[in-house]
Ligand binder design. Structure first.
Ligand code: SF4
Length: 302
């Protein structure tokens, strides 16, 4: 990766100055932007199903990006909040996965199921199920209300399972002879490590599975490196996207001026024109085009 994967655009590569004038802004854009493969896969399944002319429903938004969800809605992909809202058609299980009981219920209703659960999420479910079967007290590091965590929780014995979001919460977990740990795929690696440190005292035997998705780890690492080089970071993604929030949190923890926007509309020339080095990153449910639109806007300031 050349200088954190800079796009080969002349202004990105050189710190140019107008003769006798103000310095140009250098824009750092990693190659790793756009949808992750789990989101790509879910979108492809949905597009293929649309071609068959079927009615498509998703329990919640297909991905955590309002712009993409709206454009899908216009094509006939309708988010619903409860199974009672539909009696026929195709129901898509999102990349976050779902509870096995819910999938059973969908089948019972006679709905066609399109399972777009990401293989990385299936892996977390599988490990958590195995740990629970082997009588481990299961700790899921993540956000209890996130659909992925709800889906993982549905695979374990809830009487011996906890969802932990902070290192402080980890200190409140009861002692158990065997503890098994997994993480939401979009968890921050720093938070994961800090929580695991506090769990070490909580059991005689501890098995830790780092189930953070490798795409997420890579984006966090690139964001960390980039944030240390620039004066301002622009993080592009849905405000309901967990992994985009993690990138924002990471940038802020590094004390770099951080802008969190869903589109170009969230940015003002006035705020940005003084910066000489700006980094641009996107969440895994952010289309490449949304990040590029912002890059073009920054170039227009130059
Ligand atoms: S972020 Fe990772 S786990 Fe989540 S959908 Fe994308 S590839 Fe799968």
């Amino acid at each position: 990766m050349q200088e954190i994967g800079l796009v080969p655009y002349p202004l990105n590569l050189k710190f140019s100055r107008k003769k006798g004038g103000a310095a140009f802004m250098r824009i750092f854009l990693p190659e790793e932007i756009g949808f992750c493969f789990g989101v790509e896969r879910a979108l492809k399944l949905v597009r293929d199903e649309l071609k068959k002319g079927n009615h498509i429903y998703t329990l919640g938004d297909l991905i955590h990006n309002p712009g993409v969800v709206e454009s899908l809605r216009r094509k006939g992909v309708i988010p619903i909040s409860s199974l009672s809202q539909i009696s026929k058609g195709t129901l898509v299980i999102r990349s976050h996965g779902a509870s096995p009981f819910l999938i059973k219920e969908e089948r019972r209703k006679g709905l066609k199921i399109l399972n777009a659960t990401c293989p990385y999420v299936l892996r977390v479910q599988r490990i958590a199920r195995y740990l629970s079967m082997k009588s481990y007290q299961v700790i899921i590091i993540g956000l209890a209300t996130h659909p992925e965590v709800e889906g993982v929780m549905a695979n374990v014995d809830k009487r011996r399972a906890y969802v932990v979001k902070t290192p402080e919460e980890a200190t409140e977990i009861p002692f158990a002879s065997k503890i098994g740990v997994v993480a939401q795929t979009t968890e921050s690696i720093d938070n994961f490590e800090n929580i695991v440190k506090n769990l070490v005292e909580k059991g005689r035997e501890i098995r830790v599975f780092n189930t953070i998705c490798k795409v997420i780890r890579q984006r966090q690492e690139i964001t960390r490196r980039l944030a240390k080089k620039v004066e301002a970071m622009i993080v592009v993604g849905g405000h309901n996207s967990s992994n985009t929030h993690q990138l924002v949190k990471l940038c802020k923890s590094l004390k770099v001026k951080t802008y969190f926007v869903e589109s170009r509309n969230g940015l003002e020339t006035q705020d940005l024109k003084h910066f000489k080095k700006v980094g641009l990153v996107g969440g895994t449910s952010t289309p490449r085009s949304a990040v590029k639109e912002i890059k073009d806007f920054l170039l227009s300031i130059n």
